[in-house]
Design a protein around this ligand. Structure first.
Ligand SMILES: O=C(CO)COP(=O)(O)O
Length: 120
């Protein structure tokens, strides 16, 4: 599973990861640079950190989706800010749609998705 959060959503991501650490610990976790780094530092869960989102980390996750190396993506999108790298979000939504990859964009959908993965 890959984990990505916009800056204003990073605290919410840490909270969500902390609340679901036992289930997440069973998965191979990937994250964009800053998100993944914070998760590892603040929760102790091992995350393979890619480049920071704006520097290509989102594109690396897109490539994983295209190569079918990713089962699920949690992307906490900031709904209240104009996003300078909006195009990266659109690209991931497009690729997740194209390759039928599970993608959650808020806590509730991420929790439902994680429960489904945990039961498999
Ligand atoms: O910008 C992001 C997603 O578009 C997230 O990247 P970071 O985790 O490196 O901040």
């Amino acid at each position: 599973m890959a984990l990505v959060a916009h800056d204003k959503m990073k605290d919410a991501m840490i909270e969500w990861v902390t609340a679901h650490a036992p289930a997440l610990a069973k998965l191979d976790l990937y994250g964009t640079g800053t998100t993944g780094g914070r998760i590892t530092q603040e929760t102790g869960l091992p995350v393979t950190c890619l480049k920071s989102g704006p520097l290509g980390g989102d594109a690396q996750i897109g490539a994983m989706i295209a190569e079918k190396r990713l089962d699920a993506l949690v992307f906490f999108i900031d709904p209240l800010s104009a996003l300078p790298h909006d195009v990266d979000v659109k690209s991931l939504v497009r690729l997740a749609t194209l390759y039928n990859t599970a993608m959650a964009i808020n806590e509730k959908s991420a929790t439902l998705m994680l429960k489904a993965l945990d039961n498999n």
